[in-house]
Design a protein around this ligand. Sequence first.
Ligand SMILES: [Zn+2]
Length: 426
Amino acid sequence: MTLYRAQVLDTPDDPFRGGALRADADAGLLVVDGMIAERGPYADVRREHRDETVVDLGGGLLLPGLVDTHVHYPQMRAIGALGMPLLEWLDRCALPEEAKLADVGYAREVAGEFVASLVDSGTTTALVFGSHFAPAVDVLFERAGERGLRVTCGLVVGDRLLRPELHTTPQRAYDEGRELARRWHQRGRSRYAVTPRFSLSCTDELLAACAALRDDIAGCWFTSHINENPAEIAKVQELFGCGYLDSYDRHGLVGPRSVFAHNVHPSDAELKLLAAKGATVAHCPTSNAALGSGLFPLDRHLAFGVHVALGCDVGAGTGFCLFKEGLQAYFLQQLRGPEGVPLTAAHLLHLATSAGAAGLGLRDQIGDLEVGKRFDAMWLDPRPGSPLAIGLRHAGGPDDALAKAFALATADDVRGVWIDGERVKG
Ligand SMILES: [Zn+2]
């Protein structure tokens, strides 16, 4: 048992549905076997547990561990290539790098860098686009397990319009996915996600194989891309003769365990269907800005009741820090003028924590720091004298402090990270 003393901020109630930031200036969290067993004013919890070890996290903010719902492990070393739209960026930057993961030694290095970068940024749970090569997916699960990261990942598949060495066949996609899931699905904190790259790179036969695989792995997840860029959307329409979401839906791939990245240019019918099926959209704002993909219509997602969470989308996204993604999400809405949704710091924390947990079906375990949840947490404690430290010291209240965190925090300000009560950073 460990008693943590900290200023705790979290969003147990969705701020898009009237919830507010929950803030406890001096909270005590008693953690037993990785689970939050008690929470209350520190003095009260301490009085009941005089002999427990106290970890004093004074001077900063204790937040729920961050949840990233869209990030590409093989693109670790491709971050920062600017000045191209999606399809050119894929051909010139992302896919050549992804091809290098055919070498499992190379993949192992990249997997180590990738998992460390997530954890250092305070991310404790991630839905990860794996590699096109099964041995490279194995090493990602291995590294995540070693570091303790809560990860959902799978083999990325495509059978057209990529580089030839990245192409698979429907049968091979099924067989390799089945074997990976046998090794990793629901083992420790790992789960498997069936992951066609995007329907642009998949024949109907391959998407059918993905559906069969998803049906044959109990409790597995599904993730892919959708409606990111106008040229891409036009090509999908041409190839399938239907809308982007329909290219997945006609194989039964849209459901409550489906997460679609981007959705910058959806039709009303697609938003209606996403909401009806309970699917999640991973909003990736730095990626959308870097590739010039467009301004995410959050207002329409909210109006139709589509669940939205946040993803960093490395390597088109410009880093692993979900504070930066939250800030960029805020910027994008500001730039949309009257159609923009004015986002508060509480909205941003929700998108980066509880919304992601819900999208990944983990809301009963993580996403806030309530009694009964796993102790997945991150401690922001900036260097004295840094702009963030000064900002936090002079903040007008918890909402203001949190806004300053989103404006200024980087991985360097994350002093501690815990997953299941186990300290994995600091
Ligand atoms: Zn992506």
